[in-house]
Ligand binder design. Structure first.
Ligand SMILES: NC(=O)c1ccc[n+]([C@@H]2O[C@H](COP(=O)([O-])OP(=O)(O)OC[C@H]3O[C@@H](n4cnc5c(N)ncnc54)[C@H](O)[C@@H]3O)[C@@H](O)[C@H]2O)c1
Length: 351
């Protein structure tokens, strides 16, 4: 059974804690009194985020944060972390996440995402730490037959290696709870996380050309890119462009803290959707961001991208009833905070 008790003095390992969602979650955990150990190999993050976390949470809380630069697949390094800290639960963000890149580099994606998870749960088991929250994705629902998506909606075959890794890791973690009833697994299926910390100190800082809409739009707004590419305007949606359930990264971070609280004293495997329950089209996002930054953003329409679904949005009733969690922010606030971050940090964490 889970040993997670009250936040104060409970130590949580956050893999991938220097990344976009991880860093915002670490802030939430520190502000709630947790001790946090981040393990991140910085393959898709900048170490400067650690200073920003410290600035946001203040000196006292920052003392409860430890950073270890290591690959989660490195069992020796991970064992040393578990030997040193009394880790009660793990939030597992570490992994590669670019859909297109996963098609080009399937070996790297399967190896990193699945390999590092296997190494992690093995070391966890050896240290009798059996509580884990995993970053899953709405991608496991594929092209939905019905909307909104509930946790009971069927999983569909993935259309790319990234999607398969999420699909398979969910099943791998579920198997642990069948083999050993002490495991306590929460699978959080994120919809589309965007936005940034309201301070403007932390946000999404993709390396290279952004894969996702929002960071791309933000880089157009700040003049780093010429115009937004809209992939398809002939979908069966009100304005013809794809519809997604965008969720503010701070709401998502709070969702992890709520899930940790909920896990205390439980075991088994549970799935929760984390979204807002509202669908927003690509053109609506461009309009909302234009309002946030005070200028019209140019866009061009391109052919559809393979593997993109028409629309998805979540039913988040289960998270509301069980976790007592609900998204608070709307699209205007997501764009405001994203613009605040991008305009104050046009090159992300690089000077
Ligand atoms: N951002 C999204 O749209 C989205 C949606 C659904 C699910 N997710 C999942 O949430 C998680 C976090 O996403 P994010 O947007 O913060 O991504 P991110 O790339 O910003 O963060 C991932 C972090 O993990 C680190 N990392 C990767 N492989 C590692 C390894 N083997 N060992 C140690 N560190 C490693 C990277 O350096 C990075 O800091 C990922 O698992 C992602 O698949 C993201």
């Amino acid at each position: 059974m889970s040993e997670i008790a009250e936040a104060s003095h409970t130590c949580v390992l956050v893999t991938g804690g220097c990344g976009f969602i991880g860093s915002h979650t670490v802030v939430c955990l520190l502000q709630r009194g947790y001790e946090v150990v981040i393990v991140d190999d910085l393959s898709n993050a900048n170490e400067k985020v650690l200073d920003r976390i410290d600035q946001i949470v203040g000196e006292d809380a920052a003392e409860r944060l430890t950073f270890v630069r290591a690959d989660v697949a490195n069992k020796q390094a991970l064992t040393a972390v578990f030997d040193e800290f009394d880790i009660k639960a793990v939030i597992h963000f570490a992994g590669f996440k670019a859909v297109g890149e996963s098609v080009e580099k399937p070996i790297e994606y399967y190896s990193n995402n699945i390999g590092n998870t296997l190494a992690l749960v093995d070391v966890m088991r050896n240290h009798d730490c059996k509580s884990i929250i995993f970053s899953s994705s709405a991608t496991v629902y594929g092209d939905p037959d019905e909307l909104p998506l509930t946790e009971e909606s069927p999983k569909k075959p993935a259309t790319n290696p990234y999607g398969w890794t999420k699909w398979m890791i969910e099943e791998m973690l579920r198997s642990l709870t069948i083999a050993d009833p002490e495991w306590n697994v929460v699978l959080l299926r994120y919809f589309n996380p965007i936005g940034a910390h309201p301070s403007g100190l932390m946000g999404e800082d993709p390396k290279g050309i952004p894969n996702n809409l929002l960071p791309y739009v933000a880089q157009v707004a700040v003049g780093r890119r010429d115009c937004v590419h809209v992939f398809g305007n002939d979908y069966d949606t009100p304005d013809g462009t794809g519809v997604r359930d965008y969720i503010h990264v701070m709401d998502l971070a709070e969702g992890h803290a709520a899930a940790l609280d909920w896990m205390a004293g439980r075991s088994g495997c549970e799935v929760f959707n984390l979204g807002t329950g509202n669908g927003t089209s690509v053109l609506e996002i461009i309009k909302a961001f234009s309002e946030a930054c005070g200028k019209d953003l140019p866009y061009v329409v391109e052919p559809r991208r393979a593997g993109d679904v028409t629309a998805n949005w979540a039913d988040c009733t289960k998270a509301r009833l069980e976790l007592g969690w609900e998204a608070k922010y709307g699209i205007a606030e997501m764009c405001r905070d994203s613009w605040n971050w991008q305009s104050h940090n046009p090159n992300g964490y690089e000077e």
